[in-house]
Design a protein around this ligand. Structure first.
Ligand code: COA
Length: 182
């Protein structure tokens, strides 16, 4: 369980699955913002049976608010312990729950956990270029926009650019006044 100020991130349980698949399958969940996540809903049930959604290359955690209401889904992908890098995402699935600080807090909790407890030195996020809200949230947490992967994904009948954002431990620890031996 990862605790932020406004949210907690926890492993999925079997009783979450119907909600997860339904919530992730709605077009409003990712479709207009992150077309490359569309289609993930269908694979969640199968992956849960395999590894509880806790594999090194594909981790998914349920985001709850402080009252324990499920509001979103956080992801850690492609953990590379040799280079000490991983990619993160966090989505507030229900549009009515957006704009309340949950997305920022979920990203912040993931970042702290990966730097402080997994010893990573770089965290990255891939965001569709048109996803202004996610780019703003990540930049506010210290992520730097490092480049654009042009025409990177095909979804909804067209190709989309993807922005790569990166946050280095050295920059984050300076901002957060945290220091660990690296
Ligand atoms: C992007 C997302 C995670 C942000 O989470 P959230 O809980 O809605 O965001 P927060 O309440 O923490 O922060 C809101 C901030 O988003 C930004 N924002 C929101 N809507 C915006 C918009 N239309 N244009 C520009 N910035 C916007 C603002 O910076 C705002 O900051 P403010 O409080 O100073 O106004 C959420 O909106 C979401 O899940 N979107 C759909 C899927 C997605 O993009 N997933 C992210 C994959 S990395």
């Amino acid at each position: 369980m990862l605790a932020g100020a406004a949210v907690r991130l926890r492993p999925a349980r079997s009783e979450d699955l119907d909600w997860l698949v339904a919530a992730c399958g709605k077009p409003s969940a990712f479709g207009e913002f992150e077309p490359f996540f569309v289609g993930e809903a269908e694979s969640l049930r199968r992956r849960f049976e395999q590894d509880g959604l806790l594999a090194e290359d594909f981790t998914r955690l349920v985001i709850e608010d402080r009252a324990g209401r499920r509001v979103g889904l956080a992801g850690v992908d492609e953990v590379d312990l040799h280079s000490r890098v991983a990619r993160i995402s966090a989505t507030i699935l229900e549009p009515a729950e957006r704009g309340k600080g949950f997305g920022t807090d979920a990203h912040r909790a993931l970042v702290s956990y990966l730097f402080l407890h997994r010893g990573l030195l770089r965290i990255e996020a891939f965001v569709a270029a048109g996803n202004i809200a996610a780019r703003a949230v990540l930049r506010r947490l210290g992520f730097v926009e490092e480049g654009v992967l042009r025409s990177r994904v095909f979804a909804h009948g067209q190709r989309h650019d993807v922005v790569v954002l990166g946050l280095l431990y050295e920059d984050w620890s300076r901002r957060s006044a945290v220091s660990l031996p690296i």
